[in-house]
Design a protein around this ligand. Structure first.
Ligand SMILES: [Fe+2]
Length: 423
């Protein structure tokens, strides 16, 4: 098996301008819920190196930890993936699952090891099971992962109804946890108390993407929340396109940009920290054209990391990105765009074609970058800024057939902003 080893200098780099060399992204179309589990590479996308098949072998710490329920398909009503970690010697990668309380079905996954140095110290094993098209919509399942000698505890999740068949749901949004996982844990618990259908995270989960210890801290802080409800991420500049990012999630497409259909929502997650700006200019726009174009009358939401409209002076607005993505947001009349990067809560006025417009005609840009990372205090008055508040926070969004109500909360439970977006 090929080990994907990270160059030592990468781990030492803290700046935001360095990204690993990688091959061109493959030209083959990405499979939706690809059932073949490969060893993730720095470049992400499909892997031609198969992961280690399930085997009844157990190492020193075989009991699954950091168990997560993921959505590997744009249609989460029929497919799911499950990820967890063990010591590197455990090759048991199976699931027992069933409807309600039953555990009467089994399926085998695979696992891969990555990280650490050439002596293998610090190597990490992640297990994945992908149930592609094997689930029924609107059904509660129980499951446990591992193998007969070391099962996880039993968890439950509920698949959504089929896309387009329901129109009321709740989403919890946050971003920028990096380095402060105590605050992040508090925020996850507070968001979970709102009973959201899923979580969105706008990037910078960790400070150094190649540091698996940070990823472990990020997921440990969340307890078992993500074993029951999925976390949909955007890739942030602090993830560094590290193999660790791709190893933590099972997402549609190449995991850098992907779309999810949930009810009458099309949610597109985009990567704005790329090896080649062509990916931003062409691949990401092509995905938006496809995803939003297939759901022209639905809710349209985009998420990425570096905001194109921000009054926060630390990083400001990413104007080069605005030039290439705002026309797509405008063309598809995207309702909401979530970003982070500036460690603050911000909401723009409704914008279309670079000008303020009535709320029913524009896109609202939200910066939610206060999930633990050091806060950025300074903001300038700008024509596009409506609300700016440098405080740790999260956002709860309630979507109905006619409007979305978004409320931002601080960690004490105070409402710091609320607004309504008409469909
Ligand atoms: Fe960032």
């Amino acid at each position: 098996m090929r080990l994907v080893l990270l160059p030592v200098p990468l781990i030492a780099l803290v700046g935001c301008d360095f990204y690993p060399e990688a091959d061109e992204l493959p030209s083959v179309p990405y499979l939706d819920c690809n059932p073949a589990i490969g060893v993730p590479a720095i470049s992400g996308g499909p892997s031609d190196v198969p992961a280690d098949a399930h085997a009844e072998s157990y190492g020193a710490s075989p009991f699954p930890v950091r168990v997560r329920y993921n959505w590997p398909s744009y249609d989460p009503s029929k497919s799911a993936a499950f990820l967890w970690s063990t010591d590197v010697d455990t090759l048991a990668s199976s699931i027992e699952y069933g409807v309600g309380d039953a555990l009467d079905r089994t399926f085998e996954g695979a696992s891969f090891r990555f990280g650490g140095g050439e002596d293998g110290e610090g190597d990490h094993r992640v297990h994945e099971v992908r149930l592609c098209g094997l689930l029924e919509p609107g059904t509660t399942y129980s499951y446990r992962v591992g193998g007969p000698e070391a099962w996880s505890q039993t968890y439950q999740f509920t698949t959504p109804q089929a896309p387009g068949t329901f129109d009321a749901f709740r989403v919890a949004i946050s971003g920028d946890a990096r380095g402060s996982y105590e605050s992040w844990g508090t925020i996850v618990a507070a968001m979970d108390a709102f009973d959201p259908d899923f979580f969105m995270f706008s990037g910078d989960m960790v400070d150094l993407g190649p540091d698996q210890g940070e990823w472990d801290a990020f997921f440990d802080a969340a307890g078992d929340v993500f074993a029951r409800r999925p976390l949909l991420p955007a890739h942030g500049n602090h993830e560094f396109l590290a193999v660790n990012y791709f190893a933590q999630f099972a997402l549609p497409g190449n995991e850098e940009w992907y779309n999810i259909r949930f009810g009458d929502l099309s949610m597109v997650s985009l990567n704005d920290t790329v090896r080649d700006f062509d990916h931003v200019e062409f691949d990401a726009v092509a995905l938006m054209n496809q995803a939003f174009g297939e759901n022209p009358s639905g809710w349209k939401v985009a998420m990425h990391h570096q905001p194109i409209y921000s009054t926060c002076t630390t990083h400001g607005s990413y104007e080069g990105l605005r030039e290439v993505w705002e026309p797509a947001f405008d063309a598809h009349e995207v309702h909401l765009v979530f970003a982070g990067h500036n460690h603050i809560y911000e909401r723009s006025v409704p914008i279309r074609a670079g000008e303020q417009v009535p709320v029913e005609d524009g896109t609202i840009y939200v910066v939610s970058g206060g999930a633990g990372a050091p806060l950025y205090e300074e903001s300038d008055a700008e024509w596009f800024g409506d609300v700016a508040n440098p405080v740790e926070h999260f956002v709860i969004a309630d979507f109905t057939a006619t409007e979305a109500t978004l409320t931002a909360y601080d960690l004490a439970g105070n409402v710091i902003d609320t607004f309504v977006v008409p469909r």
